[in-house]
Design a binder for this molecule. Structure first.
Ligand code: ADP
Length: 494
């Protein structure tokens, strides 16, 4: 991968994208499209279909028909595996093209995008392809005159609604285990990050996935997302996005067929630094990286920095130094460490958070504003706010932007109390050389994932999911199969 190849790819015009329904590329039923603006320069990049209720209903009907005739679920596992492995191979073969297209659409820095998008998506698909014929049913420990079998069956039609920060990675977390277990899927990408998922779905068909098994409908959440949520023909909804939309999905389920709803919502993850951390310089760099990569648009972002009071000032100075050293700018340059904010709306929201934080007593010690306005793109300086009170908006609400709030603590008990003082429970970290304290923190902090002396960087072998208002159910690992399979008991009298 070199800058010249990336520059050549970015110069290519982007085709207009339609839905992918029943294996065919189809425009919206009323022909309507929506403009996609690139966060890099604010210019119109291309158009995608603005889906209608009828489009979504057609996609759901295609998925249902594909499931009912068992064109995919009925294939021998070895066949499904072969198709999925081929799909992963095609994604890898097109990785750079996919990554550049994705960056033009959503603004993530290319270094991160290459790893986290096609790289991770291919890895996830391969993981579930390889796993699908290694998960067995069970024989129950019954008395001798009966045989109790526990089968795992696909749930049927899965509706997947995904966000714009890492569309391919998060998309693959849902699609791969859902398809591996024989389900049909209707995927609804985010308005501002549809392009790579449409390409990825085309590649699935090239790999041999039968038509109708994976359908992609683009458009507005409030239109096509709602139709998917309210459908009587969707068995399970899987979602990553905001709490507000998560609540709506639960309502849709209650108002329709009680479909199961799995939510991966936001976080306000505490990164807790004790004075006895083994390497404070490293901790400061990771604190900045764990917050500011992808312009803070990461659900597990380390957005609350809790620092032991005795080292607070020195540590914050190191974090500020690390933040200021990060290169913000054109996400298609290989040396960029922080790309663009995804949309104008998101940028405005980030800036409002900074204003509120100041009004609530926070001190902006670096950043705080929009930068590189002359590019026409949406960029924000990495921002560190100190003196954030535990009840302040910045300590309680997810920004989903490059804004870090810092709060000091005196004791381990206080650190735990602060860490758990939000409605969220997605991720967290503790930095300490004390083994006992490390394990105590792992137990005490309410979160789906706790890091010790590091932040982020897990792989596909471990689950990711939240507790509290960060959601339910997990992506990644073999545990993700639970969302896409039903247990069925067979009770046989011998
Ligand atoms: P964000 O604030 O990060 O954009 P959202 O929850 O609004 O998070 O978006 C995540 C996904 O949810 C997107 O694909 C979006 O289109 C979809 N979405 C938004 N509103 C609705 C809705 N009312 N019903 C279903 N899906 C929706």
């Amino acid at each position: 991968m070199d800058q010249k190849t990336i520059d050549a790819l970015r110069a290519r015009p982007v085709e207009t994208f339609s839905h992918l329904i029943d294996g065919k590329s189809v425009p919206a039923s009323d022909g309507d499209t929506m403009d996609i603006r690139s966060p890099i320069d604010g210019q119109v990049l291309t158009q995608v279909a603005r889906g209608t209720t009828a489009d979504m209903e057609a996609a759901i009907a295609a998925a249902r028909a594909a499931f009912e005739d068992r064109r995919w679920a009925g294939q021998p596992p070895a066949m499904r595996k072969k198709v999925l492995l081929k799909w992963a191979e095609l994604i890898e073969a097109n990785a750079l093209e996919l990554a550049v297209l994705g960056v033009r659409d959503n603004g993530t820095e290319i270094g991160m995008a290459l790893k986290a998008e096609p790289g991770s998506a291919a890895g996830t698909i391969r993981y579930y392809a390889e796993a699908l014929d290694k998960v067995y049913g069970e024989i129950a420990p019954t008395s001798e005159e009966v045989l109790g079998l526990i089968h795992r069956e696909p749930v049927g039609v899965v509706g997947a609604i995904v966000p714009w920060n890492f569309p391919m990675m998060i998309g693959a977390w849902k699609l791969a285990p859902a398809l591996a277990t024989g389900n049909s899927v209707v995927l609804k990408p985010a308005e501002t990050a549809s392009l790579t998922l449409l390409r990825m779905a085309e590649l699935a068909h090239e790999a041999g996935l039968p038509p109708g098994v994976l359908n992609v409908v683009t458009g507005e959440g409030a239109v096509v997302g709602e139709t998917l949520g309210l459908s009587m023909d969707v068995d399970v909804l899987v979602f990553t996005g905001s709490g507000a939309t998560g609540r709506r999905l639960l309502e849709y389920a209650a108002r329709s067929n009680l479909k199961r709803v799995y939510l991966e919502l936001g976080g306000k993850s505490p990164n807790i630094v004790f004075a006895d951390a083994p390497n404070l310089a490293e901790a400061a760099k990771v604190a900045a990286g764990g917050m500011f990569r992808n312009a803070g648009q990461v659900c597990v972002a380390a957005s609350r920095l809790l620092v032991e009071a005795s080292i607070h000032d020195d540590f914050v100075a190191e974090v500020v130094k690390a933040a200021e050293a990060m290169q913000v700018g054109d996400p298609l340059r290989l040396d960029t460490q922080i790309g663009a904010v995804n949309s104008e709306v998101q940028l405005a929201q980030n800036l409002r958070f900074v204003e509120t934080a100041q009004a609530e007593g926070g001190q902006v010690v670096t950043g705080g504003g929009r930068i590189l306005e002359e590019t026409g793109g949406w960029y924000m300086a990495p921002t560190v706010v100190t003196d954030v009170r535990p009840e302040a908006s910045l300590a309680q609400q997810e920004v989903f932007g490059p804004v870090l709030g810092v709060t000091p603590f005196e004791t381990e008990e206080e650190a735990v109390r602060l860490a758990n003082a939000t409605v969220y429970g997605l991720a967290g970290a503790a930095w300490t050389a004390n083994l006992g304290r490390a394990h105590r923190m792992t137990r005490a902090v309410r979160a789906g994932v706790m890091h010790i002396n590091t932040y982020g960087g897990s792989d596909g072998t471990v689950p990711l999911g939240g507790v509290g208002q960060s959601g339910n159910g997990v992506d990644k690992s073999l545990h993700a199969f639970d969302k896409y399979t039903d247990l069925k008991t067979a009770w046989i009298k011998l």
